[in-house]
Design a protein. Sequence first.
Length: 286
Amino acid sequence: MTATDYVEFRAALESSKFIVILTGIGLSTMPASAVAYRARACANTWQRLDAEEVGNPDVFAEDPSLVWQFYHHCREQVLKARPTAAHRAIAQLSSRPEALKRIASNATLRLFTKNIDGLAGQAHPYDASPSSQPIELYGNIFRVKCTKCGMTEKNTDSPMCPALAGTEKCFAEPQKPVSVIEEKDLPRCKQCQALLRPDVVWFKEEIHHLERAANLISNNCDLLILVGTGLHVAPCSIFGELVRRRGGKIAVFNGQGAHADRDAHFRFQGPCGDTLVKALRMEGEV
């Protein structure tokens, strides 16, 4: 990218009326954050499992012990992660009207994330409006859902239950056999005592809020900003097409592969904490 790219992107920002930001795993620089994304990033390295063998409702029904140990490991890793400068910059735009007005004087902004690490929400100021929080398309690894009554709640306990304590060591030692935990000792619902599951989207399951996002974009969005993800990855490919039909513009900020998104009007390759912050003129502020 050149200085001209930044100037033209800022001009598009200023003239926009409805901005949608969608973030992906490239936004989070710590491997732990990438680990959490739909259990894809690290499943192949643990016990030689295929990703579908972990993030799959059928497998959970058959072997909840295995799945819960994997997600316990992911939770332990993500607990060590912190929001990046890019997280904080996006949070400022989403939660502080004056910050958005400075770069897009007449725009509305909506924030969606494909990440399940919760870092996008963690970056928001404590006094931010709940409506400014990111809409999580794939759920949150620190939210659990009852398999019987459907109750959901946030849970950052480490570990979630005594039986999971120490089982994360199996991940660091692939040759070590996986523990077998009885179902009664796995995380249970406080209301009905049934088995809990991670409240994340698994293979074969519908993406949360997908219709809402698609309608919002097709009816309103004139600038789609992808951060840490690209147009070739679903649902970005769908969203990109909807924006193009409206005559809107697309910007991609991604550490790798941004150059491949040839349908984007603006492409910025490099650490999102550098490129995005520079594009938004927020250096030294986040």
